[in-house]
Design a protein around this ligand. Structure first.
Ligand SMILES: [Fe+2]
Length: 534
């Protein structure tokens, strides 16, 4: 039966957005026949809570040519069981795969038991999806195993690191951004994107679909629920709020085009992620920041460092080359805006850098975070976010430079973050970070050089790496660095200690590359002094 979205649903911002996800426009298919298997993009779970989680799939018999399904909406059956053989069904239902959301399915399952392992699958006509494993958050627990990742460039390498993460079967995986890259860069590519630099909804959908055909990434999503935040490349290199790195080139026209582009990118992100439909906001925004409690053992504060941030200070000047957006491929990372190395003490830049109105999280998210930290009942408080909080100083010792895209180039915002941690005496704060394509373990120090938190930085899943060994003498707060491996960080947590294993893979260009633990550190509860144990 055709269904129409009620007018009233548009009145309330989030209600309208949630309705958009739940209700189909146009015709609902009565019959189901596809040219080939419709679950080629696999399944995923995410946003766990004590009584449920979100289940995701997307119908895509031809992932890179989605036109086949047209404007028809489908209904998909789903079931959740206690066992992988589906002998004991815990919940089941039917959900829409609406055409206007690329035939993606987002099911918010509730009514389950806390702290339990479940298995799920979808069914449509004679087709069964792959089986995924999900966990509900516990009401109370003594331990947690989680892993986190960032920066997966499909063209640069294979996703072996995701496969190894899946093999570990953690309770939770956390993606810290650059899940996709909107564009290619670099000389050595093991495989190619299907489209040019993604700018339209169709191109972002194509990019996610191509990623999700990767068997290692599918295995990682099937292994356990994910918690997801984003960084810049889900939209465009080094964007900030509504400002693109090409803003200085195009003025008003660029600004309008970028608003549309960002909304398209965010929609495609939602369509491909196991996240709650209530995160959608009318007008193209997504409420991403959130908390997840794992009993009273851990609180994750998931932060959004892109959507509301102020532009990077002291941007590159526009030049004809930097403003030639038509040949975007060559220009990635050299737009007339975005990030670059800056001297924050330089008189030409200092005033702008130190402007107290500049923000990384936006006022509302800052207030929310302050409250989430103040009220946290957790033994460990983990900030899951994209860009480095501890400084990574480069350049000469007498004139150290910082990257204008990272927290130290937003000193007032950084200070407010660290003051929140100190003021509320937040128990065992740990920052989880990605972005820099290298592993780090750092002490986060405040303006008076007091250690406030430990920061664990994961390398890329697959990108060309960056080695910072030369600048380590400028950064005595960095306790560990490896800039030659891709990989991920694997953590085990109990009341008394956090153990972090930095897991490296040898060669992103070899799909059968081995892995090795490059280093293991222990942080004892109550101490900000990490200790190397392996
Ligand atoms: Fe990245």
């Amino acid at each position: 039966m055709p269904q129409k979205l009620s007018r009233r649903a548009f009145v309330h911002r989030s209600a309208a957005a949630a309705a958009l996800a739940a209700m189909p426009f146009g015709r609902v298919a009565a019959q189901v026949r596809f040219s080939s298997y419709p679950f080629k993009l696999g399944v995923a779970s995410g946003d766990p809570s004590p009584d449920g989680f979100v289940l995701w799939t997307r119908l895509a018999p031809e992932p890179l040519e989605p036109g086949e399904l047209g404007r028809v909406t489908f209904e998909v059956d789903w079931e959740v069981a206690d066992d992988p053989g589906f002998g004991r069904i815990a919940a089941r239902g039917r959900a829409f795969a609406p055409a206007h959301l690329a035939h993606s399915v987002h099911v918010e399952v509730g009514g389950l038991q806390p702290g339990q392992e479940y298995f799920y699958r979808f069914r449509l006509g004679r087709y069964d999806s792959p089986i995924g494993r999900a966990l509900t958050a516990p009401a109370s627990t003594e331990s947690l195993r989680f892993a986190f990742s960032s920066c997966a460039h499909y063209e640069h390498g294979f996703f072996s690191a995701y496969r190894y993460m899946a093999d570990d079967r953690p309770d939770l995986m956390i993606a810290l951004g650059d899940y996709i890259y909107e564009d290619g860069y670099g000389e050595r590519r093991v495989r190619l994107f299907d489209t040019r630099e993604a700018r339209t909804l169709a191109e972002y959908r194509n990019r996610y679909a191509q990623y999700r055909t990767d068997p290692d990434l599918q295995a990682a999503h099937e292994a356990c629920p994910w918690l997801l935040t984003w960084d810049d490349h889900e939209v465009d290199n080094d964007y900030a709020g509504f400002t693109s790195e090409h803003e200085l080139c195009g003025g008003e026209a660029e600004r309008i085009a970028f608003r549309k582009r960002r909304a398209a990118a965010y929609q495609a992100w939602f369509e491909h992620m196991p996240v709650r439909p209530s995160r959608l906001r009318a007008g193209g925004g997504i409420r991403l920041y959130d908390t997840l409690d794992w009993g009273k053992l851990a609180r994750f504060c998931l932060l959004d460092t892109r959507q509301y941030r102020s532009p990077q200070a002291c941007p590159r000047e526009p030049t004809p080359t930097r403003c030639d957006t038509e040949t975007g491929r060559k220009l990635l990372f050299i737009g007339a805006g975005g990030g670059r190395l800056i001297d924050p003490t330089d008189p030409s830049c200092k005033g702008e850098v130190e402007d107290r109105a500049r923000t990384m999280l936006g006022e509302e998210q800052e207030r929310w975070l302050d409250a989430a930290l103040a009220e946290s009942p957790a033994r460990w408080n983990l900030l899951a976010q994209s860009v480095a909080v501890a400084a990574i100083r480069e350049g000469a010792p007498e004139r150290p430079l910082v990257h204008s895209d990272s927290w130290p180039a937003y000193p007032a915002a950084r200070e407010r973050l660290l003051q929140s941690l100190s003021r509320h005496r937040v128990s065992n704060p740990v920052v989880l970070t990605g972005d820099v394509h290298a592993f780090f373990l750092s002490e986060v120090r405040d303006a008076d050089q007091r250690p406030v938190a430990v920061e664990l930085v994961t390398s890329s899943i697959a990108t060309n790496n960056k080695d910072w060994t030369k600048v380590l003498p400028l950064n005595p707060h960095i306790r560990f660095h490896d800039g030659t491996h891709s990989g991920y960080v694997r953590c085990t947590l109990d009341r008394d200690r956090l153990q972090a294993d930095f897991v490296g893979i040898d060669d992103i260009r070899d799909p059968r590359t081995p892995r090795a633990v490059l280093a293991s550190f222990e942080v004892a509860a109550g101490s900000s002094e990490p200790r190397r144990i392996g």
